[in-house]
Design a protein around this ligand. Structure first.
Ligand code: ADP
Ligand code: ADP
Ligand code: MG
Length: 472
């Protein structure tokens, strides 16, 4: 039985995991760097330990984290996303030292973390993969030859890549030559591996991914799909569940493909199988993320299943708490990644002290975050500081709820992506549920909006609200 969990992460996802522990009557242990001393995740766990003065090193040290888990009497570790979540070393050390790792085993993490190995495993399982090189390309000559065979445009991709980095589109031979060394150096720096491979570039695809859950008893279920096509530079900004752009037949097909993918590698715990959907209606496997994803929230909203709790139960050896037939999606959910970036200034990071923070609420609105008024956002970590999730019965109601929630939300002292999302929500194509991964590139005007509410207007609105409240 799991009684106490060390959360090997920070920020909103650490808060999210602590919440699942609290509801399950489990004790939770947070870790933090000096820079994170005042992050809400430190307060939300039952215990918290500083893992060093460095900004990142502590979060990235599997030995230190497992030692701390043992010293504090934890029987399990939840890795969250990013950091060590897809590092097979942490899973391996956990097994070795008798601490449960809440995720798949090291073998599966290693296999799926290598995009060319994963592609091979999927081809064997009969899951269609994006056309591309058989394995890694060893040098520029081989890259040029493979690209010629596959046909331009191609994508040059880092084999160990993630987070939308280490990917370059090359439209011709010249661009491939120019990008080759660049991608290798980016991959080496970011992922510690120089391996690259080539995929056919699918022009204006939709990014459709399927959440799956699998237990130790051979049960594999999918929780339907998410549409993550609203991206900037291959990074997700807005996610939607279910996709408003699939037919019931396509929905059934992709769910079945994802389950087949998970079964093929004997998957256990929560995972996401990512696909590209071509304009011609074909699905291609792209990669599998062997961890909880940032956008798991929208799947929770439409299915009512708490994915983090399921993860903990699966790690404990329990069977899934539901059957495939029992999962029925209800309505739509949208997640907005609130990043502290200035959308009017090329999305430049905007860290600093929050002079004001107000989370939206009301029906169908959820906010996952670790920030609060007065909090100083440290510059060392991801710029995503909150997630606003809205749910509605219909697509139109969900869009309107998104508009209302983002209008309610207040973040002062730093610039955020909120006004940019408001522009997207107002766009007729988005409202019609029509978008592919090229949507933002095709609409540069969305970053040239005029601010919906000026700071002066905001001050006046607050003064008026206070005046009304005290009965002036
Ligand atoms: P998701 O796949 O859950 O939608 P992202 O791709 O946005 O999420 O990644 C979530 C976090 O994990 C980001 O901080 C990202 O930088 C980090 N991340 C994802 N993959 C990797 C990787 N292979 N190596 C290092 N960091 C990664
Ligand atoms: P990461 O591990 O960084 O998440 P992915 O392989 O999942 O990388 O790709 C991230 C994004 O890049 C996709 O969601 C998609 O928008 C784009 N992309 C990746 N591969 C292709 C491709 N072959 N054709 C077109 N777009 C692609
Ligand atoms: Mg991906």
């Amino acid at each position: 039985m799991i009684k106490k969990i060390l959360i090997a992460n920070r920020g909103e996802i650490a808060v999210r995991i602590a919440r699942a522990c609290a509801e399950m009557g489990l004790r939770s242990v947070a870790i933090f760097s000096e820079a994170d001393r005042f992050s809400l995740h430190v307060k939300k766990a039952d215990e918290a330990y500083c893992i060093g003065s460095e900004d990142l090193a502590g979060y990235l040290n599997p030995h230190r984290i497992v030692n701390l888990a043992i010293e504090t009497g934890c029987d399990a570790i939840h890795p969250g996303y990013g950091f060590l979540s897809e590092n097979p070393e942490l899973a391996r050390i956990c097994t070795l030292r008798g601490v449960r790792f809440i995720g798949p085993d090291a073998r599966v993490i290693r296999l799926m973390g290598d995009k060319t190995e994963a592609r091979r495993a999927m081809m064997q399982a009969g899951v269609p993969v994006t056309p591309g090189s058989a394995g890694n390309v060893e040098n520029l000559d081989e890259a040029l030859k493979e690209a010629e065979r596959i046909g331009y445009p191609i994508m040059l991709k880092a084999t160990s890549g993630g987070g939308g980095r280490g990917i370059r589109r090359c439209n011709d031979k010249k661009e491939l030559k120019a990008n080759y060394e660049r991608v290798i150096s980016e991959a080496t720096k970011a992922f510690g591996s120089a391996d690259v491979f080539i995929e056919k570039c699918i022009v204006n695809p939709r990014h459709i991914e399927v959440q799956i859950l699998a237990d130790r008893h051979g049960n594999v279920a999918h929780l339907f799909e998410r549409d993550c096509s609203i991206q900037r530079r291959n990074q997700k900004l807005i996610e939607i569940a279910p996709s408003p752009q699939l037919t019931p037949e396509q929905r059934a097909c992709i769910g079945e493909l994802a389950v087949r993918a998970a079964r093929a590698v004997n998957y256990e715990n929560a995972g996401t199988v990512e696909f590209l959907l071509t304009a011609q209606g074909e699905f291609y496997f792209m990669e599998m993320n062997t961890r909880i994803q940032v956008e798991h929230t929208i799947t929770e909203e439409i299915t009512g299943i708490d994915i983090v709790k399921e993860q903990i139960c699966i790690a404990e050896g329990q069977p899934l708490s539901f059957t495939q037939e029992e999962v029925q999606p209800r309505g739509y959910a949208i997640q907005f990644r609130i990043n502290v970036e200035d959308p009017k200034n090329d999305f430049l990071p905007s860290f600093g002290r929050l002079t004001r923070y107000y989370a939206p609420g009301g029906p169908g609105v959820r906010t996952d975050t670790a920030i609060y008024t007065g909090y100083e956002i440290p510059p060392h970590y991801d710029s995503m500081v909150a997630k606003v999730i809205v749910w509605g019965r219909t697509w139109a109601e969900t869009v309107a709820r998104g508009q209302r929630a983002l209008n309610d939300m207040m973040i002062g002292g730093v610039r955020t992506t909120i006004p940019f999302y408001q522009e997207i929500l107002d766009h007729p194509d988005f409202q019609a549920g029509r978008f592919d991964t090229g949507f933002l590139a095709a609409h540069p005007e969305l970053t040239h909006y005029s601010l919906k509410r000026s700071p002066e207007e905001t001050t006046l609105a607050i003064a008026a609200a206070i005046a009304a409240h005290v009965g002036f």
